[in-house]
Design a protein around this ligand. Sequence first.
Ligand code: DX5
Ligand code: ZN
Length: 215
Amino acid sequence: MKVAPSILSADFSRLGDEIKAVENSGADWLHLDVMDGHFVPNLTFGPPIIKNIRPLSSLFFDVHLMISKPEKLLQNFLDAGADLITIHYEATQKIDEIIKIIQKSGKKIGISIKPNTPIESIKNLLGKIDLILIMSVEPGWGGQKFMPEMLEKVKKLKHWRETNTENYHYLIEIDGGINDSNILEVKNCGVDVVVAGSYIFKSNNYKDAISSLHQ
Ligand code: DX5
Ligand code: ZN
């Protein structure tokens, strides 16, 4: 299982050092939370920051777009150096178009759903995408409480993949409230990638925090 620290809880005044620190502490991917103050109430950063941090790290850049109409800025995120772009199912009417653009660019495409969106809503997309991101908190902020009932979605995704190996190759990622007290339960449900923000960046030892999620 891969661990993707979310820089949302990093110290942004030392962002480059924070990224190097998690990279040197065993992170597999880097999770980048982009918020627009519209799809979610909070605001974070956009393509220019991603472009600036790209040369500092060789980690896989897992870009989580919590923005309305992501199709408008898609090319900017691709040009900035995203390796995988996850858009929200609830944020656009143009999912098929977005999938085609990202695939054509050679990058990976993920779809995320908010806690109240049933997993069945995206069933027709499963054969076309590389990753499903299950939100286990309401998107918008770090440091919220994990919603264990979201693991039912993970179990369904795992079952569907196992019973349709010819068509489905998606990874299952979970995001929100992950820490050392729920990681085993999460892992046992078949998650491939876990995102953790505050648990890692608010800890006093990134290496210990990341390895506690790896086991
Ligand atoms: C929430 C973001 C998460 C957030 C997770 O909207 O998508 O990636 O950083 O933070 P924690 O791990 O603190 O819940
Ligand atoms: Zn996220």
